[in-house]
Design a binder for this molecule. Structure first.
Ligand code: ADP
Length: 398
């Protein structure tokens, strides 16, 4: 079965055509700057890569272009667009209504639309992607995979905020969590890996460190706590987001320094985090500068690792033990330095890093703890598109 996975943003569409159940990526690519006369579309199959710059005024044209590339006489990979039996869409917010992947119906689309208030920057674009795909791939079954769904297993004590209860009951103000497809994917990989070696995988902590960062505690495969909340702002220090902060700062900025509420929001989401601390948001630049002796960059790395350490400690307490921690996403997979800073002096939790193994890169699962480390430390590359394809395959082949 050929499944087209689509991740639609405001001006981008990421796509992958995946053959299931053998999980082979047939082709993939990205459209950037939709709405511009100089939009860019990339296409890759195996080692072959190409791109075009052209006028793509809207998502409908974008998806039609993707379809054209997939069916191209020279470089295409399918003969007929109906060869695509399923289109799997990433949708950021499923609110409390969706704890699982769903087939698209009118009701599902209406629910996604009504959840736009909770994710105004994402859900409307995700919905647009679905509607456009329905027009282009008329024979395909459309499926939606929600970022939040994986966290619907969290107990109420973890997802409720200690504010007047009616705000949750009447307005759905509570923690939802994000990056669910990534945490699910790597936690399942970790479970298979650890159990194959007769190890336990009952108490896991998965750490997703990309531009956005989050950490999840899992008991027997289910999320029991997570660092992102009502929006994707809480918790770890991210590329441009502050993560945890005392709300008093917000009111000081507004009442004493004259910021508007929108300016504070912009400041905390787009100008803070590693960018606010160092002037850079790319971890590679920050590491390079830190190595050259830049004190701000050194401190920012320390702060970043310290925040992650604190969450690992909290989640190990919530789990009453720890079998393994898993690093994933751009920084988690590639920054040996940050992993080392996080895992240093963590023997109280049974974590002992093997610095030689930590320095090696692997495209597969890399176990970077020492042989006698009680809890394992793993690096597992995430693959959100494959996870979406897996879930779309599962629900449509039932
Ligand atoms: P997104 O959340 O946009 O999917 P990614 O998971 O691709 O982000 O992660 C982006 C981050 O990964 C950037 O901060 C980038 O600097 C970092 N990164 C990528 N490669 C490396 C590397 N070799 N060393 C350190 N950081 C890296």
């Amino acid at each position: 079965m050929k499944i087209l996975v689509i991740n639609s943003g405001s001006s981008t569409i990421k796509y992958q055509l995946i053959e299931m159940p053998n999980q082979a990526v047939i082709a993939k690519g990205l459209i950037e700057r939709i709405g511009s006369k100089e939009a860019k579309i990339t296409f890759q199959k195996g080692d072959f890569k190409t791109h075009k710059v052209l006028d793509i005024p809207d998502h409908q044209t974008g998806l039609a272009q993707i379809n054209q590339l997939l069916m191209d006489d020279q470089i295409g990979v399918i003969a007929n667009k109906d060869d695509i039996e399923v289109v799997g869409h990433r949708v950021v917010h499923g609110g409390k209504s969706f704890s699982k992947t769903a087939k698209v119906t009118q009701n599902v689309k209406e629910a996604i639309k009504s959840l736009s208030a909770l994710a105004p920057l994402h859900n409307p674009h995700n919905l647009k992607g679905i509607e456009v795909a329905e027009n282009v791939f008329t024979k395909a079954q459309q499926v939606v995979v929600f970022d939040t769904a994986f966290f619907q297993s969290m107990p109420q004590k973890a997802y409720q905020y200690a504010i007047p209860k009616h705000l949750m009951e009447e307005h759905d103000i509570r923690a939802y969590g994000f990056h669910g497809t990534s945490h699910k994917y790597v936690s399942e990989k970790a479970k298979t890996f650890l159990e194959a070696k007769n190890g336990s995988a009952s108490k896991l902590i998965t750490i997703h460190l990309g531009n956005g960062c989050s950490i999840t505690a899992l008991k027997d495969g289910l999320a029991i706590d997570h660092s992102l909340g009502f929006g994707p702002a809480n918790g770890l220090i991210m590329g441009t987001r502050a993560g945890d902060i005392d709300q008093s700062v917000i009111f000081y900025l507004i009442n004493q320094l004259g910021y508007s509420a929108d300016e504070v929001n912009e400041l905390l989401l787009k100008e803070s985090g590693m960018l606010g601390l160092t002037g850079h948001n790319d971890m590679r630049d920050i590491q390079k500068k830190a190595e050259e002796g830049d004190k701000n960059c050194q401190l920012a790395l320390d702060m970043n690792a310290y925040r992650i350490k604190k969450y690992i400690g909290a989640y190990a307490a919530a789990l009453n033990g720890l079998d393994a921690i898993v690093f994933t996403a751009g920084i988690g997979e590639n920054s040996a330095l940050l992993r080392e800073l996080v895992c240093k002096d963590m023997d109280v939790l049974g974590l002992e890093l093997d610095t030689t193994k930590n320095g090696k890169h692997s495209a597969e699962i890399n176990e970077i703890s020492t042989a006698h480390s009680k809890a394992k430390i793993l690096v597992i590359p995430t693959n959100e598109e494959l996870e979406i394809a897996k879930q779309a395959f599962e629900i449509t082949s039932k």
